[in-house]
Design a protein. Structure first.
Length: 57
């Protein structure tokens, strides 16, 4: 469902931004703060794809 996991933390960025930490949804702040979180999560996913892609090839 367009999710990425960091130990203990789970983000869902397809549809409304949602996060869970140990099963609890924290307050993600204002719309501007939520937009920054989306960008950071997407950059993290891109870096992981690039690192894992080059490690496998």
């Amino acid at each position: 469902m367009g999710e990425t996991a960091v130990p203990g933390v789970r983000f869902s960025v397809l549809g409304p931004l949602r996060a869970r930490r140990d099963g609890v949804e924290p307050d993600l702040g204002s719309p501007q703060q939520r937009a920054v979180i989306v960008v950071l999560v997407l950059v993290l996913v891109l870096v992981l794809v690039l690192v894992l892609g080059t490690a496998g090839g």
